[in-house]
Structures are given as structure tokens and as C-alpha cells.
Design a protein around this ligand. Structure first.
Ligand code: FAD
Length: 417
């Protein structure tokens, strides 16, 4: 019996387990998935926890309840990947051999990468990229009387690059509508980018939101350190931004396992072919989700599209055929803008976010690059779709892994196929 070994039972690993168990010959292949944690977190829901919109129960399930029958689950920390020996070593030193390895170990925040953050951590400096951070921030905001709230990105890439924007827009809504103390709160958004977002068309669409919502936008801010005592962010070019409450997106890095195994780049992301999702260093290793170094967004929607492509390529690899399925970098993200509205963006490696409708040309129901209530309902529905369809690899009608051009305005040309 040959073995497919999946490392990480988060979004991408769970999806791969579901896809592969339906497709591989069970008389020849066994599938094992390993993860250190018992719980699966719906990370997009972390955004809503600080504002009391979601609670912990909305975003946490047992991993075993989400994995398919026919896949062996091992709950253990993974210590090392020994690629030359085609085996993985667990924390208890047990070795697990494999024929095909799928790395789906995601990425994590590393607050200590920015000097000084540690000193104010969970006192005046918070994150919402972990369940612990989101809950601690909710408790802080409950009693916070107001002052200067700074939302800050340390360095790109980060997972879900729209999440900090959504946070600052929701903060404006939260203090206006829920706490009714917006006048006592100054909001600033500090980014190392030269605009509000990585994709220019989206940044242009969002630029008017900052003055409208009275949020200061500070660009090109490459943080050098945080002075937690005097509560200020200091940039490499000696600019300073003071805060009373700092909501930071710390540096995002791939799992330390990747560093220990000498398989990653400076940020512990695994060099990966951006179309086939095969590791650049080892032909029997494939990489999916936030663990890759490919220039696509680190998002659950991307993992969902990649999973379909990677399944095809793994089947080709098993059958000794060329890896013909090609990932186009397709990403699809709702952007909560507060007041029960959201935008939606759809883009890939080659095409910037465009206007139009999604998923049905001319019909929608979602509008691209426009703020609508239906988009907001889509964002909320995404949680149910995630638990019941996306993770289980159930196809969503009309949503395909490749970015469809129909119904979209490409460079002024409306494609209404
Ligand atoms: C605040 C926030 C908001 C977001 N919003 C959205 C959104 O609106 N839309 C969207 O599409 N995406 C969103 N995302 C991003 C999305 O959640 C991630 O891109 C997605 O979960 C990536 O899946 P993954 O499988 O690559 O990594 P993960 O789901 O993080 O899974 C990685 C798994 O690997 C395991 N692992 C790592 N190292 C080891 C080890 N050494 N031993 C054992 N196990 C290990 C971890 O325990 C984890 O379970 C958001 C993320 C955050 C944090």
C-alpha cells in the first residue's frame, strides 16, 4: 500500500482529504492527515469576534467531525520533514513514511518579529488573527473608553490581506452604532503599502472610504519597532505614529516546521510552482494554501480553488502523466465595509479586481467592486458554506477554480457571455 500524507488539517488539508478520498484507488493508496490541534478554526470569523458579532462557538469545531471516513487522522505536532528519506518525524520521534506529501501547514503570526511588541502584548497591543487575540480584543473593546485606535500591518504578505481593512471599517461602525462614542475615537490605518490595498483597482475603489469614514490612512510605513512605553510605532525612516490601542497584524510566517526541515524561504514559505502547486525542490511534494510562496492571496477561497487543481495534478502524478491542471491565481474575497454592507473582489494572477457581477454573468447576485447589502449577506453565508460545502470539497454551482471573464468589465470591455 502506498501513502499520501497530508500535513495540516486546517482549511486546505481538510479539503484535500475530502477530494482525494473520493478519487484515489483505495486498494493501492492510503491517506493520512496530521495536525497538532484538536480544534478547527474558521479564521474569517475571527474578524467579527472583537465586535461581538460572532462568539467562539461560531468559529470552532472538532477537527475529527470535519474529516472524511477512510482517512486516518493523527493528532500530533510534526517535528521534521525528511524529504530525502520520504518520511516525517512527529514530536514523539515516531516516523511516518510517505510516497506523496502534501504540505498544508498554513502560516502563523510571529509578534516577536517586531521589536517592542512583546512589551505591550495584550495590554495595549492586540491582534485578531488568532482566537486568543480576537477574544482578548473583544474584552478590551468592551470597556475601552476611547482614544486613538491604530490598525497596523507590519509586513506583507499576510493572510487575508483585506481583513485589516475590514477591521478598521467595522471599528468605525462599532463605535458609531454600537458604543455610540465615535466622537471619542480617532481611527488610523497604517500600512507598508503605497495605497490601501495590494491591488490598485481595489485600492482606488476604497480610497474614498477613508475620508468618508474619517479614518486616517498612513501609507509607506515600514515599521522599525514599537515603543510600548510611550505607545508609538516607529518607522525605518523615523516617522512616529502614536496610539492608545494598537491592533497590529504581526509578521506572518510559514510554520517553523518548514524552517526546521530546510524547505522554506526567509519567511518559511515553501517555494512552489504557481500553476501546478508542486514543490520546486521535490517532485513528490505538493504545497497548498497559506504554506506556499506563490503570488496569490493567502485566503480560504484560494485554498478552495487550489484544492481542485491539486487533486487533478496528484491523480496525474500517480498515473505518471504530465501535471496538466494549472492554477491561475484565482481569489475571491468579500470586504466588510460596516453598516451591513460589503464589497466583493474577484481577481487572478493576470487580471486585477474588476467590476461586474458574480457568480452569474449579469445576474449576480453579488456585485464586484461595489458596496451592497447582498454582498454582506454573502459574507455571513460564507461561514455556513465553509463548514458544509467548501471543507467537504462539495462543488459550489457556477463557482469554478479558474476566474471566469463573463459578466465582468475587463479594461473597459464588458464581457457578457
Ligand atoms: C482574521 C482572518 C480573516 C480571514 N478572512 C478570510 C476571508 O474572509 N476569506 C478567505 O477566503 N480567507 C480568509 N482568511 C484566510 C484563511 O483563513 C486562510 O487563508 C486559510 O485558513 C488557509 O488555510 P491553510 O490550510 O493553508 O492553513 P490553516 O487553515 O491555518 O491550517 C494549517 C494547519 O496546519 C497545522 N500545523 C502547522 N504546523 C504544524 C506542525 N508543526 N505540526 C502539526 N500541525 C501543524 C495547524 O495546526 C493548522 O491546523 C482569514 C484569516 C484570518 C486570520
Amino acid at each position: 500500500m502506498k501513502k499520501i500524507l497530508i500535513l495540516g488539517a486546517g482549511t486546505a488539508g481538510t479539503m484535500m482529504a475530502h477530494h482525494l478520498v473520493k478519487k484515489v484507488n483505495k486498494n493501492e493508496w492510503s491517506i493520512t492527515i496530521i495536525d497538532q490541534h484538536e480544534k478547527h478554526y474558521y479564521q474569517p470569523g475571527f474578524l467579527f469576534i472583537p465586535f461581538g458579532i460572532y462568539s467562539e462557538e461560531d468559529v470552532i469545531k472538532e477537527k475529527t467531525s470535519l474529516l472524511p471516513k477512510g482517512v486516518e487522522y493523527i493528532q500530533a505536532p510534526i517535528e521534521l520533514i525528511e524529504a530525502e528519506k520520504k518520511q516525517v518525524i512527529l514530536g514523539d520521534k515516531k516516523s511516518i513514511p510517505y510516497d506523496i506529501l502534501i504540505i498544508a501547514t498554513g502560516c502563523e503570526i510571529v509578534p516577536e518579529e517586531v521589536e517592542g511588541v512583546d512589551e505591550g502584548w495584550r495590554k495595549e497591543i492586540f491582534d485578531f488573527y488568532t482566537i486568543e487575540g480576537a477574544v482578548a480584543l473583544r474584552d478590551k473593546l468592551k470597556d475601552w473608553e476611547g482614544g486613538k485606535l491604530v490598525v497596523h500591518i507590519s509586513e506583507m504578505p499576510i493572510k487575508c490581506p483585506v481583513a485589516p481593512l475590514e477591521f478598521v471599517f467595522l471599528a468605525d461602525w462599532f463605535f458609531s452604532e454600537k458604543k455610540k462614542n465615535r466622537k471619542k475615537v480617532e481611527l488610523s490605518y497604517v500600512t507598508p503599502l503605497d495605497s490601501a490595498f495590494t491591488k490598485q483597482k481595489c485600492a482606488d475603489a476604497l480610497s474614498e472610504y477613508f475620508p468618508q469614514k474619517n479614518i486616517e490612512l498612513i501609507k509607506n510605513f515600514n515599521v522599525s519597532h514599537v515603543d510600548a512605553e510611550s505607545r508609538k510605532l516607529v518607522s525605518l525612516d523615523d516617522r512616529e505614529v502614536t496610539y492608545d490601542l494598537l491592533v497590529t497584524i504581526p509578521v506572518n510566517m510559514g510554520s517553523k516546521l518548514i524552517e526546521r526541515s530546510d524547505l522554506g524561504d526567509d519567511l518559511n514559505f515553501v517555494p512552489t510552482d504557481k500553476h501546478t502547486l508542486q514543490s520546486k525542490a521535490h517532485e513528490n511534494i505538493f504545497v497548498i494554501g497559506d504554506a506556499t510562496d506563490i503570488p496569490a492571496s493567502k485566503a480560504g477561497s484560494v485554498a478552495h480553488f487550489e484544492a481542485e487543481i491539486l487533486t487533478e495534478n496528484i491523480l496525474s502524478y500517480i498515473n505518471e502523466k504530465p501535471l496538466a491542471a494549472s492554477f491561475d491565481g484565482h481569489a475571491n474575497c468579500f470586504i466588510e465595509s460596516g453598516y451591513n454592507k460589503a464589497l466583493l473582489i474577484d481577481f487572478n494572477y493576470d487580471i486585477e479586481p474588476v467590476e461586474g457581477t458574480f457568480p452569474l454573468p449579469g445576474v449576480g447576485p453579488f456585485s464586484l467592486l461595489k458596496e451592497t447589502k447582498i454582498n454582506h449577506l454573502g459574507k455571513l453565508a460564507f461561514r455556513h458554506i465553509y463548514w458544509h460545502m467548501l471543507l467537504k470539497g462539495i462543488p459550489i454551482p457556477t463557482v469554478t477554480p479558474d476566474m471566469k471573464k463573463s459578466g465582468k468589465k475587463l479594461e473597459g470591455l464588458s464581457v457578457d457571455v
